[in-house]
Design a protein around this ligand. Structure first.
Ligand code: KG4
Ligand code: ZN
Length: 344
């Protein structure tokens, strides 16, 4: 039996997120308060492979999921008896990784007789804005920029954001990750590139404009990556001297495109409020540039703390309050999915 989560859920929700390489659990209150949020990253485990290895991710989630949930319960000083519902990421993501979280959520819900709320990971990123203390109320235009997705959204209702556009190829975070690797930085991806770019001159290596002058809300990042590869090859042994400038220039090209599309979204929707979510929203240069753009336009910018930009379970709990809750046996047949309907 499906019912409205807004009506039926009690005050505390246990949320689980295992869509990629972070094992996450959180306890979230009905009022948007975060009682505890634990995130165990597997980044080191995958570093030597140059990317996330799905099979390794699933196995590690299996090892971590129970200790991570126990840590979240312990930190929030509640027991499973205090939990009113279980929320879990159903997709999109790596199927094997998602199934670990989904199976755990089903077992917990079944064992305790609790409702289960399956959550779309992308709706989760947007729902992070509902959490305290920000508690952003719609309507607003929203940029979602993560490692797997880049979308421009109009949000009048947290349960049903409208997709205005999205990337035609790589996601913004993917561009940061590939850029970091081409620049010989660690596998910490965008965060590592941002760190190096801080000392660089963003004007030294101009990148070709992407989709400039084209109407619509789509984005494209694969051309930037190719242009960076060419630059790196041209520089050869001169890369270490130019690395900071090249990182800053590459970052500026990604940020420039994201800001342009965010401004276009404000223009097209007439919204006075802009929000940015997803791992790339942690980027300082992007936050600064969006702040400047909003100031120019008299719009308000809503930013999340970096821990709520990257994958986390608190956002899944926040989304659960706007999603239908399922009771047993309906949720037992739920399957994970690789692609979100919101991704277009
Ligand atoms: O939302 P997220 O944690 O996972 C996905 O749903 O994909 O986003 C991860 C992405 C990675 O590509 C990572 O390089 C990027 O977010 N990222 C950053 C920064 N921190 C994380 N990109 C640029 N600057 C950062 N500071
Ligand atoms: Zn994500």
């Amino acid at each position: 039996m499906a019912g409205s989560a807004e009506r039926s859920l009690g005050p505390v929700i246990l949320a689980i997120e295992t869509s990629c390489d972070d094992t996450c659990a959180a306890l979230v209150g009905r009022d948007g308060s975060i009682h505890a949020a634990i995130r165990s990253s597997q980044a080191d485990l995958h570093a030597r492979f140059g990317g996330v290895v799905p099979e390794i991710a699933s196995r590690r989630h299996l090892e971590l999921i129970v200790p991570v949930i126990e840590a979240a319960l312990g930190e929030s000083h509640v027991t499973l008896a205090d939990v009113d519902a279980v929320a879990v990421t159903q997709g999109p993501g790596l199927i094997g990784a998602l199934l670990v979280g989904l199976s755990t959520a089903k077992a917990l819900a079944y064992g305790r007789g609790l409702p289960l709320v399956p959550v779309d990971h992308l709706l989760g990123h947007v729902a992070a804005l509902r959490l305290a203390p920000l508690a952003l109320a719609p309507p607003f235009a929203c940029l979602l920029a993560s490692g797997g997705h880049t979308l421009v959204l109009d949000v009048a209702d947290y349960a049903a954001p409208v997709r205005l556009g999205g990337t035609r190829d790589d996601a913004a975070g993917e561009a940061f990750d590939k850029g970091a690797r081409l620049l010989g930085l660690s596998d910490a991806g965008g965060a590592a590139l941002e760190l190096v770019a801080r000392d660089g001159d963003p004007a030294r290596f101009p990148f070709p404009p992407v989709l400039r002058g084209q109407d619509g809300h789509d984005l494209s990042f694969s051309g930037l990556k190719t242009a960076l590869l060419r630059r790196v090859r041209e520089l050869g042994g001169g890369l270490p001297e130019a690395r900071a400038d090249l990182a800053a220039s590459f970052q500026a090209a990604i940020v420039g495109q994201l800001v342009e599309r965010a401004e276009a979204a404000l223009e097209a929707t007439g919204r006075r409020e802009l929000a940015v979510v997803g791992g790339v929203a942690a980027n300082g240069a992007l936050r600064q540039a969006l702040g400047d753009a909003c100031l120019r336009r008299g719009a308000r910018l809503s930013l999340l703390p970096p821990a709520l930009c990257v994958d986390n379970a608190a956002m899944i709990g926040a989304a659960a309050f706007a999603a239908p809750a399922l009771t047993s046996p309906d949720y037992l047949a739920l399957d994970a999915y690789a692609r979100s309907p919101l991704a277009g």
